[in-house]
Design a protein around this ligand. Structure first.
Ligand code: ZN
Length: 133
């Protein structure tokens, strides 16, 4: 793991959440991006060398919609940047973590990503992400 890359926050209304986080952080989002495979629209803010990702569901089957239904809005995942996602996935699998996908998938913000089940990480959904060069 290299560093914390971003915090993912589940929101019900992206427009409204964007304006609140713009006020909170004092900077506008630098990008908005739909990730159709995940049924979400995301919005990214830079905070120093880290990022905040707001996620709004675009479908009720989206993991974000289900999360909000169960827990309400709030912190959804912590993303760690890794140098080589395949190596990290193998290392974590061998260490007993449950990976939610067998292969890295394409995430927002030009990343390959993989999620680790919260039940194997003390209740935190962990995202591994590797920048696509
Ligand atoms: Zn994320």
């Amino acid at each position: 793991m290299i560093r914390i890359e971003h915090l993912g926050i589940a929101v019900t209304n992206l427009d409204e959440a964007e304006s609140v986080y713009e006020k909170l952080l004092g900077v506008p989002p630098y990008k908005r991006e739909a990730v159709s495979s995940e049924f979400v629209t995301t919005s990214f803010f830079k905070v120093g060398e880290h990022k905040v990702e707001l996620l709004e569901a675009t479908d009720k089957e989206s993991a974000i919609a289900k999360f909000i239904e169960r827990k309400g809005e709030g912190i959804h995942h912590v993303a760690f940047e890794v140098e080589d996602i395949l190596v990290e996935m193998q290392r974590l699998r061998e260490a007993g973590f449950t990976l939610l996908n067998d292969q890295p998938k394409r995430g927002a913000d030009n990343k390959l990503i993989c999620f680790i089940h919260p039940k194997t990480a003390h209740g935190v959904l962990v995202e591994l992400c590797q920048e696509i060069h």
